[in-house]
Design a protein around this ligand. Structure first.
Ligand code: ADP
Ligand code: MG
Ligand code: ZN
Length: 188
């Protein structure tokens, strides 16, 4: 019945908010489920885990067209009322039409990164954001100055990763820092 999107940089609390919203649906006697792309093995295989250690069970699906179809199949066949999807930026654009379709009969809450380490928008996030009925834009705390962080800096031995390094590299605090517009250093 609704498509909600939660976006922001790393450490902004997207996964925490997703868990809170899905748990809330479950308290309301609805059937809730969280899906996540299977390449994200940072902390756990069958759970989403937040940076401060909160966990919630999750279906893992491949970030491919097949994985997106599998998500739709599970959500439909299991009669899920509230569908949460984490890390939407990893999925191909087919996710957009599937979540759009599911949101006619279900509450869909999709969350993911706003910008890449190059501070460029992620296609899937962008497409879902503008189709959403509700958008929550979260910020983290800039590690440099304490202002609102809206960007994610990728670091290699403490220095900004070069522009030509791969778009998707899974990592945590050792690799990424939330930074504000002023402290963010554009990769060269
Ligand atoms: P996201 O899914 O957006 O990456 P999480 O929900 O996993 O974020 O984690 C959010 C948590 O990260 C915060 O509640 C806080 O405990 C922790 N955290 C660590 N560093 C920061 C930071 N610089 N700014 C905000 N929260 C941070
Ligand atoms: Mg997260
Ligand atoms: Zn700053």
């Amino acid at each position: 019945m609704v498509l909600e999107v939660i976006i922001g940089p790393m450490f902004s609390g997207k996964t925490t908010e997703l868990i809170r919203l899905i748990e809330r649906e479950v308290f309301a006697k609805k059937k809730g489920a969280i899906f996540k792309p299977s390449l994200d093995r940072r902390y756990s295989e069958k759970e989403v885990v937040t940076h401060n250690g909160l966990r919630y069970k999750a279906y893992q699906v491949l970030p491919s067209r097949g994985g997106v179809r599998r998500l739709e199949k599970i959500a439909t066949e299991k009669g899920i009322d509230a569908v949460g999807v984490d890390e939407i930026q990893f999925f191909p654009e087919e996710l957009v039409e599937v979540l759009d379709r599911l949101s006619f009969t279900k509450k869909v809450i999709a969350c993911g990164l706003n910008l890449s380490f190059r501070a460029e928008p992620f296609r899937t996030t962008m497409e879902l954001t503008v189709r959403a009925d509700k958008v929550t834009y979260l910020s983290a705390v800039c590690v440099r100055c304490g202002r609102e962080a809206t960007r994610t800096q990728r670091l290699i031995s403490g220095k900004p990763a070069p522009k030509d390094s791969p778009l998707f590299v899974v990592g945590g605090k050792e690799l990424y820092e939330p930074r504000c517009r002023l402290c963010y250093e554009p990769p060269k």
